[in-house]
Design a protein around this ligand. Structure first.
Ligand code: COA
Ligand code: ADP
Length: 717
């Protein structure tokens, strides 16, 4: 809705009202049309101010309306009517002006923003483009290069940057509505011809063709198959080369393709899924809205390896006091320097002072006695972690939450080492921890809802997307990764090359294929774990391809035995110019090695195409996702999808593995799994999970109703 009042005698004040973000629902659009008409026909009104209630101008089109029957007045003519008005219309922007909200403001004759406001055209991140004239007005206002950057990235800008770019006319630290009213009184009666952006010529740009070519190439590369950024470039190109009305036609045409695309559905699903995972629940019935987090003022990190350093930086950057403990002298000195460097670089990028004074370093665990929460990040070794937890339990003040950054060890077992197991949870960060957005918060049967709530809230404060998951080997992300990695190795045994597998996955949209990724993170990490699990046959030369009754590929172990640990040694699945170099090159040695390996084991190479790579790697991973849902380790498909999008490079425009399974069709996923399981009976992962069968049997319901099916399944057990 939109409320209308006359203020200061001659100003028609229109207030958008649709909590929480004043999205442009049908009712709001109708409200705007009606109130603008009323203001323009009121002879006492000289100018109009449009603002939003509750300190937010407008969060854009109502995303919940997408995919439904759209009713109410459309945005484009509504904004045209505002721009064509014969009385000045001023947008008073507080909070956010995003998407349709900014397009509405661009239709106004003047824009005034609060200094804390944020503006942007984020449609691209929802698989769309700004189709209410945004792609045509913004370049006319601020020039093609700046508009291209904002529209193709969806980046939000601060009010200061918006002023500098020319998006807004004035910024205020005081009441924006008061400033806008004053401004509107001043401009009343002044000519408006020079204020209608659609009538502006697009600023001249030299060498337009090469600019667009360059941007298109850049966008295609970073979009990894996403179609919206490409359409955004095409729409802005129309603004730069065609008259306004033709440009609007092009904008509409491009939007029509995007609007009904699977990518837009996937991206909009991700938008809501990201928010849904914040509303976590535990099998005990404890939930986000009933479990109160305890405030954390001071935290500690134990162990300053790669992970500990990143976590320390992330904590200090949120303004918390941090005690950082490292026992090894050499590591201690190196870590101190590294953490300071990371903080300084981060602060420089963000234009703030580095939070160096927030951290106190110690070599003694006693220094953590008075902290509210500890995050342990020592070597991934159960015996060591157990000792550390026993120490922490003795040293810390009562009530301190004890968290472990293990990437897969048993959190319950660690909890059992402490006096208060209810205070123990896992906080599984992803490397580099100050950059990666994902955090798995792992609860065990004894973890208290308050411990989960506190870790979830701390994660949010650190800028992470936190997902609460149950305790099991590998938690959610790494547990699903295992069958995926294994399939990739099996494909090499059967005739594929690392290049072929990686290309298929990269064309699907992963930033890096599985083998390039393994080279980057180091092959030795998994080798050490497999040795610990008793899976590696030491130096036998021709290790068996079966372990514990199931198929096993020793290929990774054989590479490690040769000292090929990946980028750090200059050799892995690929070769590199020198150790540490990042450019992966095809390695004839490896191809020979694979051929010899196949010959030795009597394996006949067959032709493997991209489709087989995708089906085997991705469906194996998805199948494990269904098992995770069945086991109650993740509360819903959204949790899994957000973990994969934010932590594992799953292309967002494909919505996450579980959403993707729905898009492919659950019946098809089931049929292909059955096919591959039949062909590879010694790979139990490929046996379709009963939840998948059940979903198919119940007509493959859409992803948002899976929770109901799972609930029913659990209640029948
Ligand atoms: N349409 C419908 N619902 C919207 C919405 C929109 N454009 N923008 C936000 N919401 C909903 C959210 O889903 C959330 O609902 P929930 O409480 O049921 O989970 C609620 O509004 C609050 O949003 P949230 O993102 O949690 O609040 P915030 O204060 O952190 O951020 C915004 C506010 C506006 C910055 C952020 O919501 C946003 O970026 N919205 C999308 C803007 C956009 O892309 N607009 C273009 C649409 S084409
Ligand atoms: P990552 O997995 O983060 O890359 P490492 O496992 O290499 O890092 O680092 C773990 C760090 O923990 C090492 O610097 C090690 O010296 C440190 N460490 C090991 N035991 C303790 C302990 N009891 N207290 C504090 N630090 C420890």
């Amino acid at each position: 809705m939109a409320q209308y009042s006359r203020v200061s005698g001659a100003i028609g004040l229109i207030t958008l009202q649709n909590p929480p973000v004043n999205a442009l629902s049908a009712a709001v659009r109708q409200g705007i049309v009606d109130t603008v008409k009323r203001a323009l026909s009121d002879p006492k009104v000289n100018s109009v101010v449009i603002c939003g209630q509750n300190g937010i101008f407008c969060g854009g089109a109502d995303i919940k309306e997408f995919g439904k029957n759209m009713s109410g007045p459309p945005l484009v003519p509504m904004i045209h009517a505002i721009e064509a008005a014969n009385k000045p219309v001023v947008a008073a922007i507080e909070g956010s002006a995003l998407g349709g909200g900014l397009e509405l403001a661009l239709g106004c004759h003047y824009r005034i923003a609060h200094s804390k406001a944020r503006l942007g055209l984020p449609e691209v991140s929802l698989g769309l483009l700004p189709a209410a004239g945004g792609t045509q007005r913004l370049p006319r206002l601020i020039g093609v290069p700046a508009a291209l950057e904002l529209i193709t990235t969806g980046r939000h800008v601060t009010a200061a940057e918006a002023l500098q770019l020319g998006v807004v006319d004035m910024v205020t630290d005081h009441s924006t509505v008061d400033a806008a009213i004053k401004f509107a009184l001043n401009v009343a009666g002044k000519p408006l011809d020079g204020r209608r952006i659609s009538t502006y010529p697009c600023p001249r740009q030299s060498d337009l063709d090469s600019l667009f070519e360059e941007v298109m190439q850049k966008v295609r590369k970073s979009a990894r198959g996403a179609i919206a950024p490409v359409a955004c470039v095409q729409a802005v190109r129309a603004a730069a080369t065609q008259p306004y009305l033709q440009g609007m036609e092009r904008e509409k045409e491009l939007m029509a393709t995007l609007f009904t695309s699977g990518q837009a559905r996937a991206l909009q699903y991700c938008f809501f899924a990201q928010r849904a995972v914040g509303r976590w629940s535990m099998p005990s019935g404890a939930r986000w809205d009933t479990s109160k987090a305890r405030p954390v003022h001071k935290a500690a990190v134990i162990g300053l390896g790669t992970m500990g350093r990143g976590i320390t930086v992330a904590l200090a950057q949120t303004g918390l006091s941090v005690v950082a403990v490292e026992t090894q002298e050499k590591q201690f000195m190196e870590a101190k320097q590294a953490v300071s460097g990371m903080l300084e670089r981060g602060a420089k990028r963000r234009g703030v002072a580095p939070a160096l004074d927030k951290i106190s370093y110690s070599r003694d665990i006693q220094a953590v006695a008075d902290v509210d929460l500890v995050i342990e990040a020592v070597f991934e070794d159960m015996a060591l972690k157990k000792t550390v937890f026993q120490q922490l339990s003795a040293v810390c003040k009562p009530g301190t939450f004890l968290c472990t950054n293990t990437s897969g060890l048993d959190v319950d077992h660690l909890a059992s080492q402490t006096r208060n197991p209810e205070l123990v949870v896992g906080m599984h960060f992803f490397a580099p921890a100050h950059v990666m957005k994902l955090l798995e918060v792992v609860y065990g049967p004894q973890s208290s809802p308050q411990a989960v709530a506190t870790a979830m809230q701390l994660g949010k404060k650190m800028g992470k997307v936190s997902v609460a998951v149950g305790n099991c080997q590998g938690f959610v992300g790494n547990r699903m990764l295992k069958p995926y990695l294994e399939q990739a190795l099996f494909l090499l045994e059967e005739g594929a090359t690392p290049e072929l597998v990686d290309r298929a996955l990269e064309e699907f949209g992963f930033p890096m294929g599985v083998f390039r990724m393994s080279d980057l993170s180091g092959l030795d990490v998994g080798w050490r774990v497999r040795k610990g699990d008793g899976l590696v046959e030491p130096g036998s030369g021709q290790p068996a391809r079966i372990r514990k009754g199931r198929r096993y590929s020793p290929l990774g172990d054989l590479l490690c035995e040769q000292g090929r640990f990946g980028q750090k040694t200059g050799r892995g699945w690929y070769q590199y110019d020198k150790p540490g170099s990042r450019v992966a090159k095809s390695d004839p040695w490896l191809h020979n090695f694979l051929e010899e390996y196949r010959a030795r084991h009597g394996l006949v190479a067959h032709r493997i195409d991209h489709q087989e790579v995708l089906e085997r790697c991705l469906y194996a991973l998805i199948n494990e996702g269904f098992r995770i849902l069945e086991d109650g380790i993740a509360a819903g498909p959204e949790d899994i999808d957000i973990i994969y999008v934010f932590g594992y490079g799953w292309p967002r425009h494909r919505g996450g593995p579980m959403f993707y399974a729905g898009m492919v069709g659950l019946a098809k996923v089931l049929e292909r799994l059955e096919h591959y399981h039949h062909a590879h009976p010694d790979v139990p992962y490929l046996q379709p999970c009963s939840l998948l069968r059940r979903l198919v049997a119940s007509g493959s319901p859409p992803v948002h109703s899976w929770r109901e099916v799972i609930k029913k399944l659990h209640s029948q057990l």
